[in-house]
Ligand binder design. Structure first.
Ligand SMILES: Nc1nc2c(ncn2[C@@H]2O[C@H](COP(=O)(O)OP(=O)(O)OP(=O)(O)O)[C@@H](O)[C@H]2O)c(=O)[nH]1
Ligand SMILES: [Mg+2]
Length: 250
């Protein structure tokens, strides 16, 4: 088992998180990055699903990466638990990939789809994407939350759908930028080569900064308080998360 406390950038990959609401295109972004960068970089992928390995199966079937380099973590709990509160399962999956395919350049970790609140712990990833899409409505960028405000890069995805859903992409990007204190926002469609090139360039620049020792992981901050109902509509427990998270009901 590799040294889980290693922070030696010569010996481990850049770990990039991909978070965001359900269906905004997290797996598709990972497939895109594998296609764009797989020729020049050695990549691995870890997916998080609550009950299934659906995302891993989608990515394996996309044929963009050796299927063995795609590992699934089944969290069995709401998505932020495994990417923020107790990242052990994910760290083990990442380190196993780094060990099996050493030297690996980048490991992409997909969060289970959530609402606007889930972000990765800096103990798990070095930098993170937060993915919104235009189909969720132009006003989503104004709703804020730690991912929108604090992720290293915010993706406004599926811009090709904007005319069909009545969203002004430029306005959505401006709204997002005003919530982000200068951090980048990239309007993306997988059918837009210029936008794809911007995302690709961001990953390569982040990798260069990571290797050069100038990349500082930042924490978007804890999730806001929220309530989950179980399948019967009942809430089942209330607990306070470690690390400064506030009350959170399951
Ligand atoms: N039109 C369009 N559709 C897209 C784009 N990117 C992704 N999609 C579609 O959006 C849907 C959801 O994409 P996924 O990549 O599975 O989204 P996800 O965020 O991984 O979903 P969960 O893991 O279930 O939360 C799929 O039908 C994709 O084909 C895009 O750029 N344009
Ligand atoms: Mg997915």
């Amino acid at each position: 088992m590799p040294d889980s406390t290693s922070s030696d950038h010569d010996h481990r990959a850049l770990r990039l998180g991909v978070a965001g609401p359900v269906g905004t295109g997290k797996s598709s972004l990972i497939a895109l990055l594998c296609r764009e960068l797989g020729g020049e970089l050695s990549l691995g992928v870890v997916t998080n699903d609550i009950y299934t390995d659906e995302d891993a199966r989608f990515l394996r079937s996309a044929g963009v990466l050796d299927p063995e380099r795609i590992r699934a973590v089944e969290t069995g709990a709401c998505p932020h638990t495994a990417i923020r509160d107790d990242v052990t399962q994910n760290l083990i999956a990442v380190e196993d990939l780094e060990h099996d395919y050493a030297p690996l350049d980048v490991v992409l970790v997909e969060s289970g789809g959530d609402n606007l609140t889930a972000t990765f712990s800096p103990a798990l990833v070095d930098a993170q994407f937060f993915v919104l899409d235009v189909a969720g409505g132009g006003d989503v960028a104004r709703k804020g939350g730690p991912g929108i405000a604090g992720a290293d890069v915010l993706i406004v995805n599926k811009t090709d759908l904007a005319p069909y859903v009545g969203v002004d992409v430029a306005q959505m990007v401006r709204d997002a930028e005003s919530a982000r204190d200068g951090r980048p926002v990239i309007a993306l469609s997988r059918t837009d080569p210029a936008a794809v090139a911007r995302v690709r360039a961001w990953v390569l620049a982040t990798l260069a900064a990571f290797r050069g020792g100038s990349h500082e992981p930042t924490d978007p901050g804890p999730m806001a308080p929220h309530v989950h109902a179980d399948q019967t509509g009942q809430t089942t427990a209330v607990h306070t998360h470690a690390g400064g998270d506030r009350a959170h009901t399951h």
